[in-house]
Design a protein around this ligand. Structure first.
Ligand code: SF4
Ligand code: SF4
Length: 370
């Protein structure tokens, strides 16, 4: 996938699409396989960037630690009943209800806080999923051989029958994109919507994204948008490349307006988002990428042609954003409705669940209506 950070609205439609589809069961309450963090910020789980994992420059594993449940944050509810039906009038107001009292952390707890001083404060949104890495630290860390990277499409999957809940994978993943299910005693994470992918349907997060910022495709498909943005135009970069896992999610970094001085005058050569911060996230190549984006935007503004800008704009949806996965999820057919059902569809015709007994990955093989 490629995420164009200049188009992310921070609406969390992606997170909800994923939650509805895959993580609605008991034991998965605090799981957000796709999460949208405000940057700069502590993110999900809290301060994940300082928890270690991944590989050093010599491909040796870096020590890492397992995030604590409190660092992911609790899945709390709100007192809707009290406010709307409790008869307390103006004395009741909406507030979180949690088993442990008032929650003090959760996914996106620091949403929209950002950094900097007025009038030069700044933030941007950073959606994050499992990167389905080419050198996945989670796979190497698992003594049960329960995590595999599929040859046919590169998707990294946890075999929930083999997993015994040791959580070495959670310590090893430098992006901290694996969750623990205490009821099943297994690790769980983004499955790149493989039952949809196999039927030509784009992942739910990408299909539902109103910003149309998630490009889906194979890196070696030279005609596809992912290959073009990463290899042809070279404007999409992995997050924290120094983690050494060869991540397969790439980001078009955020442009920012110039700073203002005390009198409100534009300081044209000083971007609001400090370049050092972006280098820290995306590596040294980010300077060149931002320059390319500015030049290509300039072309478009002058009425000249820019293939790069045309790709990023996505004139035709879904053709220009996930050409290999154009099938409508409304065509996904209900197959079975088992108790561990995960909701496959996105509306009418939503499908139930089956298991794939051969590899123990407990998700459905789905069908398309003819
Ligand atoms: S992001 Fe983490 S969980 Fe996903 S493949 Fe890479 S190392 Fe494994
Ligand atoms: S749905 Fe799209 S625009 Fe909305 S938060 Fe997710 S990635 Fe950003």
């Amino acid at each position: 996938m490629v995420f164009d950070l200049n188009k992310c609205l921070g609406c969390h439609t992606c997170s909800i699409a994923c939650k509805t589809q895959w993580t609605g069961e008991e034991g998965m309450e605090n799981m957000w396989w796709t999460v949208v963090n405000t940057m700069p910020g502590e993110g999900t789980p809290k301060s994940w960037e300082s928890m270690g994992g991944g590989f050093d420059g010599n491909h040796n594993a870096n020590p890492g630690r397992i995030p604590l449940r409190d660092e992911y944050g609790e899945a709390w509810k709100f007192n809707h009943k009290e406010v709307f039906e409790g008869g307390k009038g103006k004395n009741a107001y909406l507030q979180p209800e949690s088993k442990k009292g008032k929650p003090d952390w959760g996914a996106n707890w620091d949403e929209d806080q950002g950094a900097g001083e007025y009038p030069n404060s700044y933030y941007f949104y950073l959606p994050r999923i499992c990167n389905h890495c080419s050198h996945p630290a989670c796979v190497e860390a698992c003594p049960r051989g329960a995590i595999t990277k599929r040859e046919k499409d590169g998707i990294v999957l946890i075999n929930e029958k083999r997993c015994k809940g040791y959580r070495f994978c959670m310590a090893a993943c430098p992006y901290k994109r694996i969750y623990f299910n205490p009821l099943k005693d297994t690790s769980q994470k983004c499955i790149f919507c493989f039952p949809r992918i196999e039927k030509g349907v784009a992942p739910a997060c990408a299909r539902q994204c109103p910003g149309r910022m998630r490009f889906v495709g194979y890196l070696d498909d030279e005609d596809g948008p992912v290959h073009q943005l990463v290899h042809k135009y070279k404007v999409a970069l992995p997050l924290h490349p120094e983690y050494g896992t060869d991540a397969n999610v790439f980001y078009v970094p955020p442009l920012s307006p110039p700073k203002l001085d005390i009198d409100g005058k534009l300081l044209e050569d000083q971007p609001r988002i400090p370049i050092e911060y972006l280098r820290n996230l995306f590596g040294e190549r980010v300077d060149g990428v931002l320059e390319t984006l500015r030049q290509e935007m300039g072309k478009k503004q002058r009425g000249e042609k820019s293939g790069l800008m045309d790709s990023l704009i996505v004139y035709s949806w879904p053709r220009d954003i996930f050409p290999g996965f154009p099938e409508d999820p409304a065509r996904l057919e209900q197959v079975l409705n088992k108790p561990m059902a995960r909701n496959i569809g996105n509306g009418p015709g939503a499908a139930g669940v089956n298991t794939l007994p051969d590899d123990g990955v407990l998700y459905q093989e789905i069908k398309l209506q003819s």
